[in-house]
Design a protein around this ligand. Structure first.
Ligand code: 13P
Length: 249
Protein backbone atom coordinates (compact mmCIF):
# COMPACT_ATOMS: atom_id res chain seq x y z
CA UNK A 1 0.00 0.00 0.00
CA UNK A 2 1.43 3.39 -0.91
CA UNK A 3 1.47 6.37 1.44
CA UNK A 4 -1.49 8.61 0.63
CA UNK A 5 -1.79 10.90 3.63
CA UNK A 6 1.65 12.43 4.01
CA UNK A 7 2.86 14.93 6.60
CA UNK A 8 5.64 17.21 5.41
CA UNK A 9 7.14 18.65 8.58
CA UNK A 10 9.45 20.94 6.60
CA UNK A 11 12.08 22.50 8.89
CA UNK A 12 10.17 21.88 12.14
CA UNK A 13 10.43 19.54 15.12
CA UNK A 14 12.78 18.81 17.98
CA UNK A 15 13.71 15.60 19.81
CA UNK A 16 11.21 16.43 22.55
CA UNK A 17 8.26 17.63 20.42
CA UNK A 18 8.72 14.66 18.07
CA UNK A 19 8.11 12.26 20.96
CA UNK A 20 4.90 14.10 21.90
CA UNK A 21 3.75 14.06 18.27
CA UNK A 22 4.21 10.29 18.06
CA UNK A 23 2.24 9.78 21.28
CA UNK A 24 -0.66 11.95 20.06
CA UNK A 25 -0.71 10.36 16.62
CA UNK A 26 -0.86 6.77 17.84
CA UNK A 27 -3.49 7.66 20.42
CA UNK A 28 -5.88 8.91 17.70
CA UNK A 29 -5.09 7.00 14.50
CA UNK A 30 -7.40 4.15 13.43
CA UNK A 31 -5.64 0.90 12.53
CA UNK A 32 -6.52 0.90 8.83
CA UNK A 33 -5.59 4.61 8.52
CA UNK A 34 -2.11 3.95 9.90
CA UNK A 35 -0.92 2.01 6.85
CA UNK A 36 -1.75 4.81 4.38
CA UNK A 37 -0.12 7.50 6.57
CA UNK A 38 3.44 8.76 6.31
CA UNK A 39 5.57 11.51 7.78
CA UNK A 40 8.61 13.30 6.41
CA UNK A 41 10.62 14.77 9.28
CA UNK A 42 13.81 16.79 8.73
CA UNK A 43 16.72 14.47 7.82
CA UNK A 44 18.38 14.86 11.22
CA UNK A 45 15.35 13.33 12.97
CA UNK A 46 14.84 10.42 10.56
CA UNK A 47 16.70 7.97 12.81
CA UNK A 48 14.68 9.00 15.86
CA UNK A 49 11.35 8.77 14.03
CA UNK A 50 12.17 5.44 12.36
CA UNK A 51 13.03 4.09 15.80
CA UNK A 52 9.88 5.49 17.49
CA UNK A 53 7.67 4.05 14.71
CA UNK A 54 9.33 0.66 14.31
CA UNK A 55 6.41 -1.38 15.64
CA UNK A 56 3.82 0.43 13.51
CA UNK A 57 2.64 0.60 9.89
CA UNK A 58 3.21 4.33 9.35
CA UNK A 59 5.75 5.01 6.61
CA UNK A 60 8.67 7.38 6.84
CA UNK A 61 9.90 9.51 3.95
CA UNK A 62 12.55 12.15 3.34
CA UNK A 63 11.66 15.66 2.22
CA UNK A 64 14.09 15.62 -0.69
CA UNK A 65 17.12 13.80 -2.10
CA UNK A 66 20.11 14.87 -4.12
CA UNK A 67 20.38 13.53 -7.69
CA UNK A 68 23.83 12.11 -7.08
CA UNK A 69 26.23 11.14 -4.29
CA UNK A 70 29.92 11.42 -3.43
CA UNK A 71 31.59 14.85 -3.73
CA UNK A 72 28.39 16.83 -3.01
CA UNK A 73 29.04 18.60 0.32
CA UNK A 74 25.96 19.02 2.49
CA UNK A 75 23.63 16.97 0.33
CA UNK A 76 21.77 13.73 1.14
CA UNK A 77 21.68 10.83 -1.31
CA UNK A 78 18.81 8.51 -2.18
CA UNK A 79 21.00 5.64 -1.06
CA UNK A 80 21.48 7.17 2.42
CA UNK A 81 17.73 7.79 2.82
CA UNK A 82 17.02 4.19 1.87
CA UNK A 83 19.71 3.03 4.31
CA UNK A 84 18.07 5.01 7.16
CA UNK A 85 14.72 3.31 6.57
CA UNK A 86 12.91 5.75 4.29
CA UNK A 87 10.18 4.20 2.19
CA UNK A 88 9.99 7.17 -0.21
CA UNK A 89 11.11 10.74 -0.80
CA UNK A 90 9.35 13.92 -1.82
CA UNK A 91 11.02 15.74 -4.74
CA UNK A 92 10.22 18.98 -6.56
CA UNK A 93 8.56 20.81 -3.66
CA UNK A 94 7.90 24.43 -4.64
CA UNK A 95 10.03 25.60 -1.71
CA UNK A 96 12.98 23.66 -3.17
CA UNK A 97 12.26 25.15 -6.59
CA UNK A 98 11.97 28.70 -5.23
CA UNK A 99 14.60 28.90 -2.47
CA UNK A 100 17.13 26.40 -3.83
CA UNK A 101 16.63 27.16 -7.54
CA UNK A 102 15.86 23.59 -8.57
CA UNK A 103 14.37 23.18 -12.04
CA UNK A 104 12.40 20.49 -13.86
CA UNK A 105 15.58 18.84 -15.16
CA UNK A 106 17.11 18.59 -11.66
CA UNK A 107 13.88 16.93 -10.58
CA UNK A 108 14.06 14.51 -13.51
CA UNK A 109 17.59 13.52 -12.39
CA UNK A 110 16.35 12.99 -8.83
CA UNK A 111 13.52 10.79 -10.08
CA UNK A 112 15.89 8.62 -12.11
CA UNK A 113 18.33 8.36 -9.19
CA UNK A 114 15.54 7.39 -6.74
CA UNK A 115 14.20 4.71 -9.07
CA UNK A 116 17.74 3.32 -9.50
CA UNK A 117 17.95 3.05 -5.70
CA UNK A 118 14.51 1.52 -5.33
CA UNK A 119 13.22 4.52 -3.37
CA UNK A 120 9.59 5.50 -4.07
CA UNK A 121 8.87 9.06 -5.17
CA UNK A 122 6.23 11.71 -4.52
CA UNK A 123 6.88 14.44 -7.10
CA UNK A 124 5.38 17.89 -6.45
CA UNK A 125 4.11 20.21 -9.15
CA UNK A 126 1.99 23.35 -8.92
CA UNK A 127 1.37 26.78 -10.37
CA UNK A 128 1.94 30.29 -8.97
CA UNK A 129 -1.03 32.62 -8.47
CA UNK A 130 -0.44 34.61 -11.71
CA UNK A 131 -0.75 31.40 -13.71
CA UNK A 132 -3.90 30.34 -11.86
CA UNK A 133 -5.45 33.79 -12.37
CA UNK A 134 -4.66 33.77 -16.09
CA UNK A 135 -6.37 30.39 -16.54
CA UNK A 136 -3.24 28.63 -17.86
CA UNK A 137 -2.72 26.14 -15.02
CA UNK A 138 -2.96 23.06 -17.27
CA UNK A 139 -0.29 24.32 -19.70
CA UNK A 140 2.03 25.19 -16.78
CA UNK A 141 1.63 21.78 -15.14
CA UNK A 142 2.04 19.99 -18.47
CA UNK A 143 5.48 21.55 -18.97
CA UNK A 144 6.58 20.63 -15.43
CA UNK A 145 5.45 17.06 -16.03
CA UNK A 146 6.84 16.60 -19.53
CA UNK A 147 10.26 18.04 -18.65
CA UNK A 148 10.55 15.71 -15.65
CA UNK A 149 9.03 12.42 -16.80
CA UNK A 150 8.80 12.30 -20.59
CA UNK A 151 9.93 8.93 -21.96
CA UNK A 152 10.76 7.43 -18.55
CA UNK A 153 9.56 4.10 -17.25
CA UNK A 154 7.67 4.85 -14.02
CA UNK A 155 7.12 2.29 -11.29
CA UNK A 156 7.29 1.78 -7.53
CA UNK A 157 3.98 3.58 -6.69
CA UNK A 158 5.21 6.78 -8.39
CA UNK A 159 2.92 9.52 -7.05
CA UNK A 160 2.30 13.15 -8.00
CA UNK A 161 1.44 15.81 -5.41
CA UNK A 162 -0.47 18.72 -6.93
CA UNK A 163 0.33 21.75 -4.77
CA UNK A 164 -0.77 25.15 -6.11
CA UNK A 165 1.95 27.45 -4.73
CA UNK A 166 -0.61 30.07 -3.69
CA UNK A 167 -2.50 27.50 -1.61
CA UNK A 168 0.49 26.54 0.53
CA UNK A 169 0.15 27.91 4.06
CA UNK A 170 -2.42 30.52 2.93
CA UNK A 171 -5.71 28.98 4.04
CA UNK A 172 -6.95 29.43 0.43
CA UNK A 173 -7.39 26.55 -1.99
CA UNK A 174 -9.15 25.76 -5.27
CA UNK A 175 -12.57 24.10 -4.98
CA UNK A 176 -12.44 20.32 -4.63
CA UNK A 177 -14.18 20.05 -8.03
CA UNK A 178 -11.44 22.15 -9.64
CA UNK A 179 -8.75 20.02 -8.01
CA UNK A 180 -10.46 16.86 -9.21
CA UNK A 181 -10.40 18.08 -12.83
CA UNK A 182 -6.69 18.95 -12.56
CA UNK A 183 -5.87 15.55 -11.03
CA UNK A 184 -7.56 13.72 -13.87
CA UNK A 185 -5.60 15.90 -16.33
CA UNK A 186 -2.33 15.07 -14.53
CA UNK A 187 -3.09 11.33 -14.71
CA UNK A 188 -3.75 11.61 -18.46
CA UNK A 189 -0.52 13.52 -19.12
CA UNK A 190 1.63 11.12 -17.09
CA UNK A 191 -0.01 8.14 -18.72
CA UNK A 192 0.66 9.39 -22.24
CA UNK A 193 4.17 10.78 -21.54
CA UNK A 194 5.65 7.85 -19.59
CA UNK A 195 7.25 5.04 -21.54
CA UNK A 196 5.17 2.37 -19.81
CA UNK A 197 1.87 4.37 -19.84
CA UNK A 198 1.84 4.53 -16.07
CA UNK A 199 -1.16 6.08 -14.28
CA UNK A 200 -0.01 7.63 -10.99
CA UNK A 201 -1.91 8.33 -7.80
CA UNK A 202 -2.36 12.11 -7.49
CA UNK A 203 -2.56 13.62 -4.01
CA UNK A 204 -3.38 17.25 -3.20
CA UNK A 205 -1.39 19.69 -1.04
CA UNK A 206 -2.06 23.25 0.11
CA UNK A 207 -3.97 24.28 3.26
CA UNK A 208 -5.44 20.81 3.90
CA UNK A 209 -6.91 20.43 7.39
CA UNK A 210 -9.47 18.25 9.17
CA UNK A 211 -12.03 20.96 8.30
CA UNK A 212 -11.79 20.62 4.50
CA UNK A 213 -10.58 16.99 4.25
CA UNK A 214 -14.01 15.41 3.91
CA UNK A 215 -14.95 17.72 1.05
CA UNK A 216 -11.65 17.01 -0.75
CA UNK A 217 -11.69 13.24 -0.29
CA UNK A 218 -15.20 12.82 -1.72
CA UNK A 219 -13.69 13.46 -5.17
CA UNK A 220 -12.79 10.41 -7.28
CA UNK A 221 -9.34 11.63 -8.35
CA UNK A 222 -8.10 13.17 -5.10
CA UNK A 223 -6.18 10.10 -3.98
CA UNK A 224 -4.74 11.57 -0.77
CA UNK A 225 -3.07 14.67 0.66
CA UNK A 226 0.35 16.19 1.30
CA UNK A 227 0.00 18.22 4.46
CA UNK A 228 2.28 20.90 5.88
CA UNK A 229 1.05 23.02 8.81
CA UNK A 230 -1.75 20.67 9.93
CA UNK A 231 0.68 17.73 10.05
CA UNK A 232 2.66 19.33 12.87
CA UNK A 233 -0.05 18.28 15.32
CA UNK A 234 -0.22 14.47 15.74
CA UNK A 235 -3.93 14.44 16.60
CA UNK A 236 -4.94 16.73 13.70
CA UNK A 237 -2.87 14.66 11.27
CA UNK A 238 -4.38 11.40 12.55
CA UNK A 239 -7.86 12.89 12.18
CA UNK A 240 -7.22 13.72 8.51
CA UNK A 241 -6.05 10.14 7.84
CA UNK A 242 -9.13 8.79 9.67
CA UNK A 243 -11.39 11.00 7.51
CA UNK A 244 -9.69 9.61 4.40
CA UNK A 245 -10.33 6.01 5.44
CA UNK A 246 -14.00 6.77 6.14
CA UNK A 247 -14.64 8.51 2.80
CA UNK A 248 -17.46 7.00 0.80
CA UNK A 249 -15.56 5.48 -2.15
P1 13P B 1 0.33 23.58 4.10
O1 13P B 1 -0.47 22.34 4.39
O2 13P B 1 0.92 24.21 5.33
O3 13P B 1 -0.41 24.53 3.22
O4 13P B 1 1.63 23.11 3.26
C1 13P B 1 1.47 22.31 2.16
C2 13P B 1 2.78 21.81 1.74
O5 13P B 1 3.64 22.56 1.28
C3 13P B 1 3.05 20.37 1.92
O6 13P B 1 4.17 19.96 1.20
Amino acid sequence: MSALIIGNWKSNGSKETNKLWIKDFFKHIKDDAESISAICPPYVYLNQIVDLCKRSNIKIGSQDIDFSQGARTGSISAKACKDLGCNFSIIGHSERREFFKEDNLDIRKKLICAQDNNLKIVMCIGEPIEVYDSGTTKEFLKKQLIDSIDGLDLFNDFTIAYEPIWAIGSGKLPSSEEINVIHLYIKDIVQSASKNNFTPKVIYGGSVSSKNAEDLFKEDHIDGALIGGASLNGKEFANIANIYINRGH
